[in-house]
Design a protein around this ligand. Structure first.
Ligand SMILES: [Zn+2]
Length: 421
């Protein structure tokens, strides 16, 4: 009998891990996609892929024109200019550009012809309904969680009217304007029938809670979420911290829902770029630590934008079981960084994390985001199981399947179901 060498064990593990990672469906816990009932709010197709804000920012590295001239053009013309700058005049080797090609290739489109109009013709054959099914199948995604804002004038009427939910789309209640622009949001709430005043007195707090309750129920929200600037502080006397303490935390505790924080975005570093103009900043995670420590019976989820915050975030999650960390988004959504961050999270937290969410803004992006991330996650897991196998602890197929399910949404489900009260 040949002895099983460490090298041999690793090779055996690699093939099994790759197969299981590819075949395990993902529950994508944060996207900017919409249930088809929202109609035009669900973006899809090649022009949307090309005018994604990641690509807009990259194209302006090469463009020689004023911002406003670009924004005045129809979307199809913007897409053509981006295609020309990022795919024809230069090789599309950035991660965002590669993502477009991974997506088109997976759909069966011959990208090597470099023919944008032929690609557009291919898309014109599809209906949204069929295309959703095709994309989710190709990405092997079972459910996508939307980002739903009662403050969005296009979105709100659809919720108020009511619609038959597509079971593949779950909801998350996004409350940025409530927390970050209370002065403007208070009159809005008042207009919608909530007896609030700009002053955060007891009556106003109870009305804000009624607002959160109404929308949580209307959407059947899985969690509440906010994206925060890097200088977010807690505890503090400002409106944001006071609303979190007095309204959002008690609401989440009573409903057993996580409050997801996404700190690190600096809005409009370059306003000329519009949606592509936001930047990044290092977050002082003391605020998150204070929240987790002050409210041990409330669940917090967090994904932080700065690479430099990732290690501290892992340490925080080791200290607080009411904190779940997830995803590598936006400026972190690059293979080298996903590799580094996923490895660190698994080394420090085992399987009690959600390594990735797609953050897709265009439906088709779920294909590339998950294909690229699956590859990185499989390689990290192969290394980790290989290290175990070298000790004689060879993981069984069933154990690997169980673990991958956790990383692909199962851990987050367990966290949501956790009773901390
Ligand atoms: Zn997002």
């Amino acid at each position: 009998m040949t002895p099983i060498t460490a090298e041999h064990a690793r090779e055996q593990v690699a093939a099994v891990v790759e197969e299981i990672v590819a075949s395990t469906p993902v529950s994508d816990i944060h996207t900017h996609l919409y249930d088809p009932a929202f109609g035009e709010l669900l973006l899809w197709g090649v022009d949307e892929l090309l005018t994604y804000h990641y690509l807009v920012a990259e194209a302006f590295r090469y463009f020689d024109m004023p911002f406003e001239k670009f924004w005045a053009m129809p979307k199809s013309r913007q897409a053509e200019l981006i295609w020309n700058a990022l795919f024809i005049q230069n090789s599309p080797i950035s991660e965002s550009c590669r993502g477009v090609l991974t997506t088109l290739n997976a759909l069966g489109i011959e990208v090597r012809k470099r023919d944008l109009n032929a690609i557009r013709n291919w898309f014109s054959e599809w209906t949204a309904e069929d295309y959703i099914t095709r994309c989710l199948e190709l990405a092997n995604v079972s459910t996508v969680c939307m980002t739903n804002s009662p403050f969005d004038d296009l979105e709100r009427p659809v919720w108020e009217r009511g619609f038959k939910r597509d079971q593949r789309f779950t909801a998350a209640l996004r409350i940025d304007p409530l927390l970050l622009a209370w002065e403007a949001s208070a009159p809005q709430l008042a207009k919608w029938g909530y007896a609030v005043t700009p002053d955060l007195n007891a009556k106003t707090v109870s009305e804000v809670r009624r607002f959160l309750e109404d929308w949580t129920k209307r959407m059947n929200a899985r969690f509440l979420m906010v994206s925060l600037p890097p200088d977010f502080r807690f505890p503090a006397q400002d409106d944001c911290a006071q609303l979190i303490e007095k309204a959002v935390v008690p609401h989440c505790r009573d409903f057993g829902l996580p409050f997801a924080l996404m700190p690190g975005v600096v809005r409009q570093v370059n306003p000329g770029l519009r949606l592509a103009g936001d930047g990044i900043g290092l977050t002082d995670l003391t605020a998150l630590k204070n929240l987790c420590a002050a409210f041990p019976d409330t669940k917090f989820a967090a994904t932080v934008l700065a690479r430099e915050n990732q290690h501290e975030l892992c340490v925080l999650a080791r200290k607080f079981r009411n904190l779940h960390i997830f995803g590598c988004w936006w400026f972190l959504n690059n293979p080298s960084l996903i590799d580094e961050i996923t490895r660190m999270r698994i080394e420090m937290l085992g399987l009690s994390v959600t390594p990735q969410h797609s953050d897709a803004r265009v439906l088709d992006q779920v294909i590339y985001k998950w294909q690229h991330s699956r590859r990185v996650i499989a390689s990290v897991l192969t290394e980790k199981y290989g290290d175990l196998a070298a000790t004689g602890w060879t993981p069984t197929r069933g154990e690997i399947e169980r673990d991958v399910k956790k990383l692909f949404g199962g851990s987050f489900d367990e966290f949501c179901a956790l009773n901390l009260r």
